[in-house]
Design a protein. Structure first.
Length: 100
């Protein structure tokens, strides 16, 4: 349910941003009717980038989970999920041995 809550929160934020952008465009449209030389920016790079970043993070998390499950099923080693400078989704770790 926490994933659903996050998704609902993201949707609400997106809808609020869209409403704000719509009001802004309507105001610009009004001013452009009074001033025909005005232009309306149609791109929203920041919004698109945030959406792509969120989708990419979810995709990476799903890939990490799948890689970890596969490694645990097919290997006797221990693995952890860890961000890696080299693009590894999971990293093998040596178990700690108790001192005798």
């Amino acid at each position: 349910t926490s994933i659903n809550q996050v998704q609902n929160k993201n949707r609400a934020a997106i809808l609020a941003e869209l409403k704000q952008e719509k009001r802004k465009l309507m105001m610009q449209n009004q001013s452009s009717m009074n001033n025909p030389g005005a232009s309306i920016p149609l791109s929203r790079p920041a919004f698109a980038k945030d959406f792509r970043d969120h989708a990419e993070q979810q995709h990476i998390a799903a890939q990490q989970k799948a890689a970890l499950q596969h490694a645990h099923a097919h290997s006797s080693g221990y693995f952890i999920t860890q961000d890696s400078a080299f693009g590894n989704l999971i990293l093998p770790v040596l178990p700690r041995l108790e001192a005798e």
